[in-house]
Design a protein around this ligand. Structure first.
Ligand SMILES: NC(=O)c1ccc[n+]([C@@H]2O[C@H](COP(=O)([O-])OP(=O)(O)OC[C@H]3O[C@@H](n4cnc5c(N)ncnc54)[C@H](O)[C@@H]3O)[C@@H](O)[C@H]2O)c1
Length: 360
């Protein structure tokens, strides 16, 4: 077991991010004696694959262990799903001595974390990340929430987990397409903070080392995510850098009724926003070309799957929108985001976005 980093938070205690191939002993290691009830929450896939051994491992430490699941997919990342899970916990009589154990990809962890954030005004939760996307991004940082018909992740809470466990062994059952989707967020981390990581991803993608990225690259992504979060936990400004590609991505996801998966939306969203960055922040065209080439190598899309006309009404439903003006977090080179005098996002005219939309 490797401890990648300890995340220090303003609101709560610091927490470890552990990475290993045998997750049950890791869970035992971080479990607190006062967590007497455990609710293991996953989607139906991850619950089936992973919940049983976790429940068995926790039975010796807890008075009560329940397993709860909901159907997989963005269409179920909703307030209705959260309510069902909450009702099940209330029915079972879970009190404040409970800990929610989220197990799965970004969807399961966002939902489980949000349940923990508001159950009895907040109980502890632990994230066990089983998709690559959750490992390199979603599991760390304390953003929890659900989708609405008006846009993605618009209802939620900041609620830091008490530990994050990255289950590397789980990646062997993850469909290859999901591995690729996770790589989109890894590339994002490289663009926003680390050119060396970008180079390493390029070399790895060009080699035939198999579809699972090496552990040290996953660990580097976790560090980047944690460092951003520690600098600006509540997204007052700097944390927006994690949103590179996401202003466009969230509109693509919502406009397609979530037929476009998050990783694909982020991939093509980064390309559109890289073109914006060329115009607005001096991002070199050669860097955009490298980004496109890397995405292609990894069979990720480089053009939006939804027309500008369809996506336009949803572009403004973004948490960065201010006084009706869309904002994007943009890079000025690979490894460095544009600070814009400490605002870390720049206003973007819809006309310019339209012009660059299919132009990639
Ligand atoms: N909270 C954050 O900071 C943050 C950051 C990035 C993304 N997100 C959110 O994460 C979500 C996307 O996450 P995702 O790509 O992990 O999607 P996901 O949670 O839907 O997981 C992808 C699919 O893989 C399955 N799966 C997961 N692990 C598996 C395994 N080991 N073996 C077999 N199947 C497995 C899941 O059941 C699902 O069908 C989006 O909703 C996005 O908004 C949140």
């Amino acid at each position: 077991v490797q401890e990648i980093i300890r995340v220090k938070t303003a609101a709560g205690p610091e927490y470890p991010v552990l990475c290993g191939t045998d997750v049950c002993p890791m869970l035992g290691q971080i479990w607190r004696p006062h967590w007497r009830q455990a609710a293991i929450i996953g989607d139906q896939n991850t619950s089936k694959l992973f919940a049983q051994p976790l429940a068995e491992a926790l039975r010796s430490q807890c008075e009560r262990v329940v397993q709860l699941s909901f159907p997989a997919g963005e269409l179920h990342k909703t307030r209705a799903t959260k309510e069902e899970l909450e009702n099940a916990l209330l029915e079972t009589g879970f009190d404040r001595a409970s800990c929610v154990v989220g197990v799965g990809g970004g969807i399961a962890l966002d939902v489980a974390g949000y349940v923990a954030a508001t159950y009895l005004r907040g109980v502890a939760h632990v994230n066990i990340a089983t998709s690559l996307l959750a490992q390199v991004d979603a599991a760390v940082g304390g953003k929890t929430g659900v989708n609405t018909p008006y846009g993605k992740n618009l209802i939620g809470a900041f609620h830091q987990p008490r530990a994050v466990l990255i289950d590397i062994a789980a990646l062997s059952s993850l469909p290859e397409v999901e591995l690729r989707l996770g790589l989109a967020e890894a590339i994002k981390h490289a663009v926003l903070a680390d050119e060396e990581l970008f180079n390493a991803l390029e070399s790895w993608a060009a080699s035939d080392a198999g579809p699972i990225p090496p552990e040290h690259l996953v660990a580097r992504c976790v560090e980047i995510k944690a460092e951003v979060v520690m600098r600006d936990e509540r997204e007052l400004a700097y944390r927006q850098v994690l949103n590179f590609g996401h202003t466009v991505a969230h509109a693509l996801e919502s406009a397609s009724d979530h037929r476009v998966p998050h990783g694909e939306a982020v991939a093509s969203g980064m390309v559109v926003e890289a073109r914006l960055a060329e115009r607005l922040c001096g991002f070199p065209p050669s860097a955009s070309n490298r980004l496109v080439a890397l995405l292609r190598q990894l069979e990720l899309p480089t053009e939006p799957a939804v027309s500008f006309a369809e996506a336009a009404p949803l572009l403004g439903h973004d948490k960065k929108t201010r006084q009706g003006v869309i904002h994007c977090a943009l890079p000025e080179r690979i490894g460095q985001m544009h600070a814009n005098d400490g605002r870390w996002s720049v206003p973007v005219e819809l006309e310019l976005l339209e012009q660059l939309w299919g132009n990639s």
